[in-house]
Ligand binder design. Structure first.
Ligand code: FES
Ligand SMILES: [Fe+2]
Length: 318
């Protein structure tokens, strides 16, 4: 699998921090092989559209929201939320081809997501417990990572490095299963020198996104979403969202208690991330070097390799 094939996975990609797009505003973002705009309407709904105006290609991140439409600054063509051109001030009719590409979009865990396909084939990241309780969370952009996104995702089930680099004991080796909808489930148990016993259950929502639910020895349930979007020059932009549900097994903690747990969770996450980063950014991965102890990573590799590909908006976004 070359470093560019991940550009085309049909999956949910994080595009921006949700906080960075205020109501009634438009933000541009590089996406896959081109560029999109994230448009939040007055009612808070999010739309992700190809960025280049269908007239002469102006970048619509410069557009203004106007009467519920997105108005190109150049010649004032206006687009609706589906990307269809609704008005051309200096013409009597609108050409049928005057539409932007609309990506399926979601706002979730403090992130704006776009699906690289005509319609979503599986849900954006979810946790079983999050519907029934408030979650204190924080999302961050973690920077540009030099390796392909699916290689970073191998890291979670890289048991050798869990022990050697992170100095954690493996209490239960991973169980891994692929669901009908293409989401891959896993669980494992480790003991961290500082955080104690960690019971992890997780899902790969595509080769670029992991959702981990960690039951910590402290009693706090912790949500970790780690997702990346490939960049054309190689590597990927990494976004992470951490969260603490307030109510677990009928017990509710205060928001202050949850904030303290969230702060500890960031400490743990950043320690592991820092230990990984130099290795991740400088490695040259070759599949045939893996050994039998790397079999969990090989499952992730096989999952990524078999994952459907697609980049349906490519002609619109570049
Ligand atoms: S380039 Fe957008 S209206 Fe002309
Ligand atoms: Fe790691």
């Amino acid at each position: 699998m070359g470093s560019n094939t991940e550009l085309f996975h049909r999956t949910w990609y994080p595009i921006a921090l949700a906080d960075s797009v205020a109501p009634n505003s438009i933000v541009g973002a590089n996406f896959l092989t081109g560029r999109v705009v994230v448009w939040r309407k007055e009612d808070g709904e999010i739309y992700v559209l190809s960025a280049y105006c269908r007239h002469m290609g102006a970048d619509l991140s410069l557009a203004e929201p106007m009467d519920g439409k997105l108005r190109c600054p150049f010649h004032h063509w206006s687009y609706d939320e589906a990307g269809q051109c609704a008005d051309i001030p200096c013409a009597n009719s609108v050409p049928g081809s005057a539409n932007l590409f609309q990506y399926p979009a979601e706002e979730n865990h403090g992130l704006i997501w776009g699906f690289s396909g005509e319609s979503p084939e599986f849900p954006v990241t979810t946790f079983a417990d999050e519907e029934s309780t408030e979650v204190i969370s924080e999302a961050r952009y973690m920077g540009h990572i030099k390796c392909p996104v699916w290689i970073l995702k191998l890291n979670t089930l890289d048991i050798q490095h869990t022990r050697a680099l992170h100095n954690q004991d493996i209490i239960q080796y991973p169980n891994i299963e692929i669901n009908d909808n293409g989401v891959m489930d896993f669980d494992y148990v480790v003991r961290d020198k500082k955080a104690g016993l960690i019971n992890a259950t997780g899902n790969y929502f595509g080769p670029n996104c992991i959702a981990l639910s960690l039951m910590m020895e402290s009693g706090a349930l912790s949500f970790v979403v780690s997702a990346g979007t490939p960049t054309p020059e190689g590597g990927h932009d990494l976004f992470v969202s951490l969260g603490i549900p307030l109510t677990v097994n009928g017990k509710t903690m205060t928001r202050d208690e949850a904030s303290a747990h969230l702060s500890s969770l960031w400490d743990l996450y950043l320690r592991l991330f820092d230990e990984d980063l130099e290795n991740i950014n400088s490695m040259r991965f070759k599949l045939d070097r893996l050994i039998s102890e790397d079999k969990y990573m090989k499952r992730v590799y096989d999952y990524a390799k078999a994952f459907p590909i697609g980049n349906p908006g490519s002609a619109f976004i570049s």
